[in-house]
Design a binder for this molecule. Structure first.
Ligand code: XMP
Length: 514
């Protein structure tokens, strides 16, 4: 992928760095995140048309704080420093920065003090902006003009238009900042003079141009999971290389009712894919027999998947590539300032397969955020039920049947979950939430049905709102919907006499129960 122009974001570890990249891309300009340690020669080689210095938790007053080679300020490339990026710019160019007694966190009111291209189409005062900083600039470097203040901070924005250097103490990328998008657009279109050429149509076209050249006459294998990422990879590569793509769908016996088949049927019907449906339920379930521990379940499922997939893939002659639906956040995670974040749960993927089978990777989505993948899916004409499908974990229902996994317990969960999915769809809530599903608990409770005492299973209902699954809040589903789901599960699913609602947010809970 070689977009016409790139705005480079140097990451100093802010929790908002990815948000900056998304906002810039939403404005139609490709942006890429790199660690702040990227040497200046490499920055030059990337030929960015603009650079953003992100925020970060450090203090420039600390001698060990992360910095950049001051040469970047004289490359002639427009630079926008945000928060830590502003303090860094001020310090590097000879201004004064002091540590604050208290960290200022939250909303502040911005007053503009000077006209500037960065304020194009904005009001002069009373703008709410989002602050999160300790240090502040008390004297700008020579050549800089103070552009704005707040009641707490005298220098809330500054610029040296001749050198095309701009800096903001607040966070324009955060939704709480009024006109934040406008400020970023002003930087992109008034100062960098970028062209909004990053669209999903241009992205799709670049994949169609580049992948056939990369693949030549070799064969490509792709694991289809039923989720949006692998489905988009398959649809995209099918369009690029047709029958040289071989998709493998492994049914591990841990899918929800109708999950998988729907996707497979659709892809077969509309895309005429080379697609193998591997029935591997027995091997997965027999290996999971008697296993309770969640990590153990994940390991067994991951290893068995690799085994089954490898066996199937090696039976295809001429395979040289493995296509995967890796997304940009996974890529950044491994290169960014923070380094790989701690693994909270080992996620199931085909890690290890490429080396083992001596395959080269094709990751056509590695530059994209999830919302961009959805747009590509729409661009490719995939139907809503695929585009807006809730994420479904690789280990499937194994981590939603808490405790022992048996065919009977899986069946109870499938029936309950089907009701949950149906009711979420029918009420329109499916499209408003990130995920909604049923969990089968490892305990029985007493109930009464008719004249009889029962002693049956408990289903928990989990529904969350989230933007990226990193944090989540439990969805406030309406009472009547909850009542309908509960009544239907208890009446229609044999073996269940109680439904409970999960009202925990992430953190400290996780979205899945295991
Ligand atoms: P947690 O439970 O960690 O989940 O809050 C965050 C998101 O990741 C999904 N998830 C998984 N996906 N393999 C996957 O492919 C896994 O092992 C796995 N565990 C959790 C989960 O559904 C949610 O969207």
């Amino acid at each position: 992928m070689h977009p016409e122009e790139t705005v480079l974001i140097l990451d100093f570890g802010s929790q908002y760095t990815q948000l900056i990249a998304r906002r810039i891309r939403e404005a139609g300009v490709y942006s890429e995140i790199q660690p702040y340690t990227l040497p200046v020669q490499e920055i030059r080689a990337l030929q960015p048309t603009g650079i953003v210095l992100s925020g970060g938790p450090a203090s420039v007053c600390d001698p060990d704080s992360p910095g950049v080679d001051a040469e970047i300020f004289s490359l002639g490339i427009p630079i926008l420093g945000i928060c830590y990026g502003m303090q860094l710019m001020a310090k590097a160019l000879g201004g004064d920065v002091v540590p604050a007694q208290n960290r200022e966190y939250g909303r502040a009111e911005l007053s503009l003090l000077a006209r500037n291209a960065v304020w194009t189409n904005m009001r002069d005062d009373g703008l709410t902006v989002w602050m999160s900083h300790g240090d502040r600039v008390i004297r700008p470097p020579d050549g800089f003009t103070v552009l704005a203040r707040t009641d707490q901070v005298e220098i809330a924005a500054m610029a040296d238009p001749d050198r095309k250097l701009y800096a903001l103490q607040f966070h324009p990328e955060v939704a709480h900042t009024e006109d934040g998008d406008q400020i970023l657009r002003n930087f992109l279109f008034e100062i960098v003079q970028a062209k909004p050429s990053w669209t999903m149509a241009s992205f799709v076209q670049s994949v169609l141009d580049e992948v056939p050249a990369q693949v030549g006459s070799s064969q490509v294998v792709c694991g289809l999971s039923g989720g949006i990422d692998s489905t988009v990879v398959a649809a995209l590569l099918h369009q690029a290389i047709g029958k040289q793509l071989h998709c493998i769908f492994v049914d591990n016996g841990l899918l929800r009712a109708d999950e998988g088949e729907e996707v497979v049927q659709y892809l077969r019907k509309y895309f005429d894919l080379n697609l193998r449906y591997v029935q591997a339920q027995d091997i997965f379930l027999s290996r999971l027999h008697g296993v309770h521990d969640p990590e153990e379940k994940r390991k067994i499922i991951g290893n068995t998947f690799i085994e089954v997939f490898e066996q199937e893939a090696t039976s295809i002659p001429g395979v040289r590539f493995l296509a995967q639906g890796t997304l940009y956040p996974d890529v950044i995670e491994s290169v960014s300032f923070k380094g790989p974040s701690a693994v909270i749960k080992s996620h199931h993927n085909v890690g290890g397969l490429p080396e083992k089978m001596n395959l080269e990777l094709i990751e056509p989505l590695r530059e994209l955020f999830k919302d961009e993948v959805r747009k590509v899916a729409m661009e490719l004409g995939l139907p809503d039920f695929l585009v807006w499908r809730h994420p479904f974990p690789g280990p499937g229902l194994a981590i939603r049947v808490i405790g022992e996994i048996t065919p009977q317990r899986l069946e109870i969960l499938r029936r309950a979950d089907k009701i949950v999915q149906h009711e979420l769809m029918a009420s329109g809530w499916y499209f408003k939430i990130w995920q909604g599903f049923a969990v089968l608990l490892p305990l029985k409770t007493v109930g009464v049905m008719g004249d009889e005492r029962t002693y049956e299973h408990v289903i928990a209902l989990r529904a969350v709102e989230s933007k990226d699954a990193m944090t989540a809040d439990w969805a406030r589903l309406p009472d009547d919907l909850l009542a309908r789901i509960s009544n239907r599960i208890i009446n229609e699913v044999k073996g269940v006499n109680r439904v409970v609602l999960d009202i925990s947010s992430k953190p400290p809970s996780t979205i899945e129960w295991e």
